[in-house]
Ligand binder design. Structure first.
Ligand code: ZN
Ligand code: ZN
Length: 388
């Protein structure tokens, strides 16, 4: 198969670097989506645009079976200033493909080009290019917009490049693979007054400080020891002068978890802790708690099938021993249909140091060397599920 991809690669690498140079933030991927749609039409796919905002679906059929599969890539960039200094670096200030979605889009387009000419399968493949993975829920919007009603997928798969794994290695796991992401904001309100007269002014600063300490006991004391979760207070804002007790202080942070029961318990404990501390200090609290991405839960059979495919097409494929605490809005697609999410290694051993930089780092770059590996994985998933 490597020879079968050789002629596709120069065009795909050029495509990847072009969209890297012209990154677009979530729901603004008009140029990228337009290029994807045009490329899919050029190879004869049925193309649907504007799904869930700027989402694109390309449909490829072969044979007569009614079996279906979906493959998903994300197209959006991040609000980060790129610092790689590479020739194909971003031309847009403060916008950057720092998570490799340019590479995901390219690998999926490559798989469509490859499968459109080999057609070694029997059924329907839906190539799903989603907007706004980075915190804005593009997958949720596509599902809401009828993605799986219009394009039924018995199985769905997605790849994410993974700098922590050596290039071409693949890992996945049954059950949770990425965390649920919640964010919270707590506004602590006193009334404000002179710093020299604390006895007449509830102290929002002191109350907020105690809340930070107490919030950090929730994971240690309020959930079972074998359960896994993170709570981080990441923001504290209030006050402006040395002689004024401020009227309000704002705390913000994030919670990551894998089990909805644990998630419920943490939210309830968070509310109880801040209300209790608030009461003790005579301040009031307003809590906003937003569960923006659910946990990404792989179907056990789909993950096993994906691992079987990976073992045939990459040098090393294994069951990841633990999930990651980052989150992924492919979770919404996995709530709607069965499938699995896979990590594809792109580690630094490949020579270009940028490929080993962490995701979301200003020096990160996608490793073009793994494009053919990603195509083989996508094609293998299709040929296994829709075996002719
Ligand atoms: Zn990201
Ligand atoms: Zn990403």
């Amino acid at each position: 198969m490597p020879d079968a991809l050789a002629d596709l690669l120069p065009g795909l690498i050029a495509f990847r670097r072009d969209i890297h140079s012209h990154p677009e933030l979530g729901f603004q991927e008009h140029r990228t989506a337009g290029l994807v749609a045009a490329a899919l039409r050029e190879i004869g796919l049925e193309v649907h645009e504007g799904i869930g905002g700027t989402g694109v679906v390309g449909v490829l059929r072969a044979g007569s079976s009614d079996r279906t599969i979906g493959l998903r890539a994300d197209m959006d960039a991040l609000p980060i200033q790129e610092a790689t200094g590479l020739p194909h670096a971003s031309t847009r200030d403060g916008v950057f493909h720092g998570c490799g979605h340019d590479g995901h889009t390219t690998m999926l387009l490559g798989a469509a080009r490859h499968l459109a000419r080999t057609r070694q399968f029997d059924g329907t493949v839906n190539f799903i290019f989603q907007p706004a993975e980075e915190g804005l829920g593009g997958a949720r919007e596509m599902v809401k917009d009828g993605l799986f009603d219009r394009f039924p997928c018995q199985r769905i798969f997605a790849l994410h490049n993974w700098p922590d794994l050596p290039a071409h290695h693949v890992a996945t796991r049954p059950g949770p693979i990425m965390a649920a992401a919640d964010k919270f904001e707590i506004v602590v309100k006193g009334k404000g007054g002179h710093a020299a007269m604390p006895h007449v002014t509830p102290d929002a600063i002191l109350a907020a400080s105690e809340m930070v300490g107490q919030l950090n006991t929730i994971i240690a004391r309020r959930i079972p020891p074998m359960a896994t979760a993170v709570l981080s207070v990441t923001r504290i804002a209030g006050g402006h002068a040395h002689n004024v007790i401020p009227a309000a202080v704002t705390l913000g942070g994030t919670v990551r978890s894998f089990d909805p029961v644990i998630q419920d318990r943490i939210e309830a404990a968070l509310r109880q802790v801040v209300e209790g501390v608030g009461l003790a200090h005579g301040v009031t609290v307003d809590v906003t708690y937003d569960r923006y991405y659910p946990a990404t839960i792989n179907d056990a059979d789909a993950a096993a099938a994906a691992l079987d495919v990976a073992m045939k097409v990459v040098p090393h494929a294994f069951t990841a021993p633990e999930p990651a605490f980052t989150s992924e809005d492919f979770a919404f697609m996995l709530q709607a249909t069965k499938g699995a999410y896979l990590w594809l290694g792109q580690g630094a051993e490949h020579g270009e140091s940028a490929c080993g930089s962490p995701l979301h780092h200003p020096h990160y770059d996608f490793n073009d060397a793994i494009i053919p590996t990603g195509i083989r994985l996508h094609a293998g998933l299709v040929e296994a599920h829709l075996s002719a």
